[in-house]
Design a protein around this ligand. Structure first.
Ligand code: 8X3
Length: 247
């Protein structure tokens, strides 16, 4: 018997990193998974490993696709994870194209997903929504500007959800990780491996499994317990700007 037997769980951004680790953790507890990602090959390979999982290949930036695929699914648990950082530099030198991609994915994609899944949850009087925020949504750091702003937005949306759905029977949680070693930095630096490696140099970063473990904890509490905010730092991180590295 898994703790999530018969629960339908959605994970966006499921083809890698925190999304993939969360899919595995939820599947191990018996959840029936709906996994969303843009990368068909990676997603389908994951689904083949997880019995009963379904792959939904689309981009959360496309609202019509989100509503078409998710609008009628009886989702018990939604892990709204799809997001990315792109570029890191002073605001006055930023790429407006990178900004649009981050805003469209991290804020609008998250909203599209919530718009599709929460009406059903409200009608059923239950549901768990887990948003992936970041410590970057709590402390802006130099050159983080627009990425940090998107994660501050996630926190604002989390707080709004709590009050908009007061009394509706839903639980909301924001999980805000610090340094996690995934493709995050490779993507942020447009494939520059050297620059990406430096982010984690001399530090033992968090793993995607560490974050998945926290998400699993939140969604397996007794019904009267709502884990609201989980902030997870790598132990070497005192803040977003103070990191102790081994030399
Ligand atoms: C990613 C964590 O600290 O690089 O959200 O912004 S950080």
């Amino acid at each position: 018997m898994g703790r999530l037997d018969k629960k339908v769980a959605l994970v966006t951004g499921a083809s890698a990193g925190i999304g993939e680790a969360t899919a595995r953790a939820l599947a191990a507890e018996g959840a029936q998974l709906l996994l969303v990602a843009r990368r068909k090959d990676r997603l389908e390979a994951l689904v083949r490993e997880l019995p009963g999982a379904r792959a939904l290949v689309f981009d959360v930036r496309d609202d019509a696709e989100v509503q078409r695929h998710l609008g009628r699914e009886p989702i018990d648990i939604a892990v709204v994870n799809a997001g990315l950082g792109l570029g890191m530099g002073p605001l006055d030198q930023g790429s407006t194209e990178d900004w649009s991609t981050m805003i469209d994915t991290n804020i609008k994609g998250l909203l599209h997903t919530l718009r599709a899944v929460t009406p059903g949850m409200r009608a059923r009087g239950r549901g768990d929504v887990v948003l992936l925020g970041s410590v970057a949504g709590r402390q802006a750091y130099p050159n983080g500007n627009v990425y940090c702003a998107t994660k501050f937005a996630v926190r604002g949306i989390y707080e709004s959800l709590r009050v908009d759905f007061a009394g509706a029977g839903l639980r909301f949680c924001t999980v805000d990780p610090g340094m996690v070693e995934t493709d995050f930095s490779r993507v942020r630096f447009h494939g520059d491996e050297e620059r990406a490696k430096k982010v984690y140099a001399g530090v033992t970063p968090l793993t995607p499994e560490d974050i998945a473990d926290a998400i699993l904890y939140a969604v397996t509490r007794a019904p009267h317990v709502n884990i609201g905010e989980i902030v997870i730092w790598a132990s070497a991180q005192a803040s977003t700007t103070v990191v102790t590295r081994r030399t």
